[in-house]
Design a protein. Structure first.
Length: 82
């Protein structure tokens, strides 16, 4: 019996997957001051990998890609910390 057989009843369970560019702590005043065109400076550099999160846990790293008119992410590495 393969390993996947043990998880058959979970395979159709929907999970929310988040592609997280970065996180920033801001004051309420800073947030209320935002307007269209405002720029929020992040700590990551352009081209750095982003985090792929499921259930609040990092499961992979990815790079942002452009697919025709849309954005996507390409998984570059799976995390082993969890």
């Amino acid at each position: 019996m393969g390993l996947m057989k043990h998880f058959d009843h979970f395979l159709d369970m929907p999970l929310t997957v988040e592609a997280v560019l970065d996180r920033k702590t801001m004051t309420i005043l800073d947030i209320l001051s935002l307007e269209e065109g405002s720029v929020i400076k992040l700590n990551r550099s352009a081209g750095e990998n982003i985090d792929i999160m499921i259930g609040g846990s990092s499961v992979a790293f990815a790079e942002v890609v452009i697919i025709e008119e849309s954005m996507g992410v390409r998984v570059t590495d799976l995390t082993t910390d969890n």
